[in-house]
Each structure stands twice: as structure tokens, then as C-alpha cells.
Design a protein around this ligand. Structure first.
Ligand code: ZN
Length: 500
């Protein structure tokens, strides 16, 4: 018979091993994307598969199930222990519901799907990808049914990223935002666009790096607990609050590309650096959700980095480092240039107003695919139609259309909403921060970011996975998740920028 205290200790001990296995796999993945020579690929695939398998076995073992149950019964459990156990119970239940054969089958289909997607892109022929996608949709549906749901299979997939948020709530929220933004976007696209920033040229890469580091340092990124490297696609990862990694991609064509990628990824890393150390190797060490994670990156990239006060702060340094681009610009002109609306149909190039429509388009199609209302063969046509309706234009080819994102090729359904949720949440946090810090703009213009970072630390970062996204919103604002702050922020910003 175990004493209550040893039940908790036993649970944390098992979970600590799980955490170590996961972080070890993440170190290998980071290395794979940043430093590994191409020849290392097949050995690395084996190493990762082994670590992932061990982690899965650790999570789903009978010992873990018993340890969670025993710890739940422990009378000495604190509130933090109870929160950790809620997260552990949620993860454990989902993992044990998935049959091992389905997990293996999904991994196989994802690998085949990725290669078929590449081939289809290269050939410009969707039919090369269609059979794999059909298989991936069927498996996603099986996965949803295995995980369990109340008639809406998408709920089960969404829960991979957004705990306890329903499809109905997300769908209604997104459609409300889309309906409100559609006329605004159309109107803005009819106005003359502000002049873009000039081409940075060969000095541009070093300048993006230098100004990015300057900004991120001012934000409060702890370099002794993090580093930055280059990679093909910018990303961030963290192995503990004291070891966070970000990457960026630099461009000689477009200053904004590498610079804003650094700001974006640093927002993710600031979140990880702020999670309470007491949760390390415990269930609460994770983020609240993918959308909450994304809200941190988008807050620093868009709400801060694409604001006029921020450019008042950065412009003297920008002029010194890259006079060809910034020499004759004032803060207002840079502010206008970095917020220019773009008619692009490519999600990753979208501006702040257009971005939402890219996600609504994908959510509608994912729901139709998963519900069996849209055969995979009809997907390219449905995509093009939705593109006309939401973005005003038909894609010129598959790369601008249905084959632009990698997600579906890996069977990743239910991921896209977190991006749009990140934008909506970022605006909610920023509105709350402005209430708490009425002179926030003046602080930002003076390069004083610690009051904002402290606000985020106190209200969001330190809690890790303690609260679900909806709970966090209620705690920070006293209200439910809603679109109003996001719509208000966009209307105010773009109204002023375009003089409408
Ligand atoms: Zn991100």
C-alpha cells in the first residue's frame, strides 16, 4: 500500500521520464533541421522513431494509468498537482484510446502522403496526390472516432491542439470574423497601397539578423537561455525554460521576411522562457494550447512589431544598419509599408487582414472532407471556389491553391484553426495589457518592453498548461472568448493606415 505522498512522487517520476524522452526527440529534430548533414537522414529517422515509440509506451503503460489514478486519490495533492493531473489524465486517455495499428497506419500514410504531395506539386497534377489524401482523410476520421466525440468528429482532432474548445464555438467565431472583415478587406484593396520597403540587397541579410537580435533582446529574450540559427523554414522549439531555440530565414529581396520571422519565433520562445520552472518535467510544463502559443508569436510580431511606436523605437538603429532601406523613411512610412495589404493567395505571405480568410477556407474544407460531404476528387474545385469567394481570386495554379500547404499531406487535420485563434487571442491579450498599462504605446516607443512582458508572464506564460485557452481568456479579461478586440484592433489600425 502506497502512502498518498509516494503516489504523487511516483506519478511525477514516470512523467519526468516521458518529458525527457520527448525533449530528447525534440533536440534531434532541431538538429535535423538546423545542422545535420543530408546523409544523416535515415539513421536519424530510426533514432527519432525509437524515442517516439518509447515515449508513447511510457505514456500508455499500465504503470502510468495506475500512477495517475493513485495520485488523483492523494489527499495531499495541491491545486497545482490537481491541474497537472487533469492534463495528464487528458493526454493519457487520448493516447490509450488510439489503437497501435491505427497509429502505425497513420505514420505510414503520412510518409507516403508527403512524397505524393511533393510529386503532385512538381507535376502540377492533383491526381498524383488524391489517392493518398483520400486515405489520410479516412484515417483521420477513424482517429476521431477512436478518440471519441459527440457526433462532431472534428472536435476530437481539434482537441489535439486546443483542449476543450468545440468546433461549433471555433467555427461560429471564425465565420463572424470573416463576415466582418470581408467588406473591410475589399475596401482596403481598392485604395492605393502604401509604398513598400526597398530591396535590402546583399547587406540585407546581416541587417535582418542584427536588427532582429536587437529587437528580441529589447523584448527580454534571455540569450543565456536560448539561441538563434538559420533554417529553411523558421521555427522555434524548447527543451526547458532555460534552453529555447529559434531559427530564421534571411532574404536579400525582402527585409521583412527574416526580421519578422525572428520577432515571431521569439514570441514563441518568450512564452517557453516564462513557464514556471516548478513545472519542469511535469505535465504543466507544456503550453496551454497551440493557439495560445501562436498568440504569443503573433503578439510580438504583429501587435508590437507592426506598430508605429515600435518603429519609433527601432528606426534610429534601422537607419544606421540599413540606410538603403530606412535612410529616408520616417516611422509612419515604415509602419505603413510593413502593414501593406497584399492580394496574395498564399497563406504564409498573407497580411494581417487577409490571414483569417486563409484559415476559414481551410476549416470549411476540412469539415466537408471529414464529414464526407466533399469527395477528395472535388477538392481542387471547391478550393478554387472558396478562394474566389473569400479572397476574391481564383488560384493560377495548384501551388497558389490546394497544394500550397504541407499539413494535409501529413494527415494533419485540425491544426489550421490554431493559427487564426492565435491572432484573435493576441488581440485579446493586447487589449487587456493596454487596460493594465495605459501608457503602453509610450513605453514601446521608448524601447521599454518589460512591463508588457511582465504582464504576459504573470497572466499567461507562468501557468503553462494549467488553464485551457477559454479559461485563460476568462481569467485575463473576465469574459468569454470573443472576436470584438481583434476586429476593433484591425479596424483601428487599417482605418488609420489607409485613411478610411
Ligand atoms: Zn508560430
Amino acid at each position: 500500500m502506497m502512502t498518498p505522498q509516494s503516489a504523487l512522487a511516483r506519478f511525477y517520476d514516470l512523467w519526468g521520464t516521458l518529458s525527457d524522452l520527448r525533449h530528447a526527440a525534440e533536440v534531434l529534430e532541431w538538429d535535423q533541421l538546423v545542422f545535420m548533414p543530408p546523409g544523416g537522414a535515415s539513421a536519424r529517422a530510426e533514432q527519432l522513431a525509437t524515442l517516439r515509440r518509447l515515449a508513447h509506451e511510457q505514456l500508455t503503460s499500465p504503470a502510468m494509468g495506475e500512477a495517475i489514478a493513485a495520485a488523483e486519490a492523494a489527499v495531499t495533492a495541491t491545486e497545482a498537482d490537481r491541474a497537472a493531473l487533469r492534463v495528464a489524465r487528458r493526454e493519457y486517455e487520448r493516447a490509450v484510446r488510439l489503437p497501435a495499428a491505427l497509429v502505425v497506419e497513420q505514420a505510414r500514410a503520412a510518409s507516403a502522403g508527403y512524397h505524393a504531395w511533393l510529386a503532385a506539386r512538381q507535376a502540377g497534377d492533383f491526381r498524383l496526390f488524391a489517392p493518398c489524401l483520400q486515405r489520410l482523410v479516412a484515417l483521420a476520421r477513424q482517429r476521431a472516432d477512436a478518440l471519441g466525440h459527440d457526433g462532431e468528429p472534428y472536435d476530437a482532432l481539434l482537441a489535439d491542439h486546443e483542449p476543450e474548445l468545440s468546433t461549433a464555438v471555433v467555427h461560429a467565431l471564425f465565420e463572424e470574423v470573416a463576415a466582418a472583415l470581408l467588406p473591410l478587406r475589399q475596401h482596403l484593396l481598392e485604395q492605393p497601397a502604401p509604398p513598400p520597403l526597398g530591396r535590402p540587397g546583399p547587406e540585407g541579410e546581416q541587417a535582418q539578423l542584427e536588427l532582429g537580435r536587437l529587437a528580441v533582446t529589447a523584448f527580454g529574450f534571455r540569450w543565456q537561455d536560448g539561441r538563434q540559427d538559420r533554417s529553411v523554414h523558421p521555427f522555434s522549439t524548447a527543451f526547458s525554460p532555460h534552453d529555447t531555440r529559434i531559427t530564421t530565414r534571411l532574404s536579400t529581396e525582402d527585409f521583412a521576411e527574416g526580421f519578422f520571422a525572428t520577432l515571431h519565433e521569439s514570441g514563441h520562445a518568450l512564452y517557453e522562457q516564462g513557464i514556471d520552472e516548478a513545472w519542469s518535467r511535469k505535465p504543466l510544463e507544456e503550453a496551454s494550447s497551440t493557439g495560445v502559443h501562436e498568440s504569443q508569436s503573433r503578439l510580438w510580431e504583429n501587435q508590437v512589431g507592426r506598430s508605429q511606436p515600435f518603429w519609433e523605437f527601432l528606426l534610429p538603429a534601422a537607419r544606421r544598419v540599413l540606410p538603403a532601406v530606412f535612410g529616408d523613411r520616417n516611422a509612419w512610412e515604415v509602419y505603413r509599408a510593413v502593414n501593406r495589404l497584399s492580394p496574395t493567395l498564399v497563406r504564409v505571405e498573407a497580411d494581417e487582414v487577409s490571414y483569417h480568410f486563409h484559415i476559414v477556407l481551410r476549416l470549411r474544407l476540412e469539415l466537408a472532407l471529414l464529414h464526407g460531404d466533399l469527395p477528395v476528387d472535388d477538392l481542387p474545385g471547391a478550393w478554387d471556389e472558396a478562394s474566389v469567394q473569400l479572397l476574391g481570386r481564383r488560384p493560377a495554379d495548384l501551388l497558389e491553391g490546394v497544394l500550397q500547404d504541407v499539413h494535409w499531406s501529413g494527415g494533419d487535420f485540425g491544426y489550421f484553426p490554431s493559427y487564426a485563434l492565435g491572432n484573435i487571442l493576441a488581440a485579446i491579450w493586447m487589449a487587456a495589457a493596454r487596460q493594465a498599462l495605459p501608457d503602453l504605446d509610450r513605453l514601446i516607443a521608448a524601447g521599454s518592453f518589460s512591463p508588457l512582458l511582465d504582464f504576459l508572464r504573470r497572466n499567461i506564460h507562468r501557468w503553462g498548461a494549467w488553464y485551457t485557452p477559454a479559461e485563460l481568456v476568462r481569467r485575463v479579461t473576465g469574459e468569454d472568448l470573443q472576436a470584438a478586440p481583434y476586429l476593433a484592433a484591425l479596424r483601428e489600425k487599417y482605418g488609420a493606415l489607409y485613411g478610411v
